[in-house]
Design a protein around this ligand. Structure first.
Ligand code: NAP
Length: 229
C-alpha cells in the first residue's frame, strides 16, 4: 500500500510517498481503508521533532491520528464492527499514528460509527479536535446548561468544536476570532462575538464560568481576570 512517511524529524519536507506493507489486524484490531485523514498541529509538531516524547518513534514513521474510512478486515476477537462499516476515530496517542496511509490498524475503542450526516472528509477532521474540546468543556470544565463560556480562537480546529458542544449544552457562548469568522461563528452557536484584533475581550465580556484557551500567553493571563472563582 501507499503511505506518506516521515524520514527524519526535520519538518514536513521530510515526508515522502512510499510503498509499505499493508497491515494485518491483531486479535482485537481492525483494519480501516482510509478515505480521509485529519491533519492537526500535533502532526507538524512531531514531524519537526518539537515534541520530544515521540522522538524515539522508529523512522520512517507514518504520521496521522484522525481517520475516517471503511472497515476492511477485523481480528478474530472483534464483534462490534464488521467489514464494510463506515467508521471514524483516532488511532493510538501518543505513539502509533499511521493515518496518512491507504490502510491503518486501530482497536475497537479508538473508533466509532461514522455519522451518516458527515462525509469522510468531515469525519476525519473531527476526532482529535473534538476530543480536546470535549475534555476541556466537560471533563476539566464541568460545563453545564446556563453557564457562561468564553472560547478563544473560536473558529479554530478545537474552538469551533467547543462552540458547538457548549451551545448544544445550553451555555451562553462568547467566541473570539477575526472579523472574517464572525458570520461562521454566529451560525454555529456563538451568542457574543469579539474581534480579538480590534477589541480587548476583557473590556467586552462580563465574568464567565469557563474559558477554553488554545492561544495561551497573555490571553491566558487576561482570561483569568474575568473567570469567576
Ligand atoms: N487541533 C487539535 O486537535 C488540537 C488538540 C490539542 C491541542 N491543540 C493545540 O491547540 C492550539 C490551537 O489548535 P487548533 O487546531 O484549534 O488551531 P487552528 O485551527 O490553527 O486555529 C488557530 C486560530 O487561532 C486564532 N487566534 C490566533 N491568535 C488569537 C488570539 N490572540 N485570540 C483569539 N484567537 C486567536 C486564529 O483565529 P482567526 O483565524 O479567527 O484569526 C487562528 O485561526 C495549538 O496550540 C494546538 O497545538 C490542538
Amino acid at each position: 500500500m501507499k503511505a506518506i512517511q516521515l524520514q527524519e524529524t526535520s519538518g514536513i519536507d521530510a515526508l515522502s510517498y512510499e510503498e509499505v506493507p499493508r497491515p494485518e489486524p491483531e486479535e482485537n484490531e481492525l483494519v480501516i481503508r482510509a478515505h480521509a485523514a485529519g491533519v492537526n498541529p500535533l502532526d507538524w509538531l512531531i514531524c519537526r521533532g518539537v515534541l520530544p516524547h515521540l522522538r524515539d518513534t522508529e523512522l520512517p514513521w507514518t504520521p496521522g491520528w484522525d481517520v475516517s474510512g471503511i472497515v476492511e478486515a477485523v481480528g478474530s476477537g472483534v464483534s462490534e464492527f464488521a467489514t464494510g462499516d463506515a467508521v471514524c476515530g483516532m488511532a493510538r496517542l501518543p505513539g502509533g499514528g499511521g493515518a496518512y496511509a491507504e490502510y491503518i490498524t486501530v482497536t475497537t475503542d479508538e473508533i466509532t460509527a461514522k455519522p451518516s450526516s458527515l462525509s469522510h472528509l468531515e469525519a476525519a477532521g473531527m476526532p482529535m479536535a473534538g476530543q480536546t474540546a470535549f475534555h476541556a468543556l466537560y471533563e476539566a470544565g464541568n460545563l453545564s446548561q446556563g453557564q457562561d463560556v468564553l472560547v478563544h480562537a473560536a473558529a479554530g480546529g478545537v474552538g469551533h468544536m467547543a462552540v458547538q458542544f457548549a451551545a448544544n449544552t445550553g451555555a451562553h457562548v462568547v467566541g473570539t476570532a477575526s472579523e472574517r469568522n464572525e458570520a461562521f461563528l454566529r451560525d454555529i452557536g456563538v451568542d457574543e462575538f469579539v474581534n480579538y484584533r480590534k477589541e480587548q475581550f476583557e473590556d467586552e465580556v462580563n465574568e464567565v464560568d469557563l474559558v477554553v484557551d488554545t492561544v495561551g500567553g497573555d490571553v491566558l493571563e487576561r482570561s483569568v481576570k474575568i473567570a469567576r472563582p
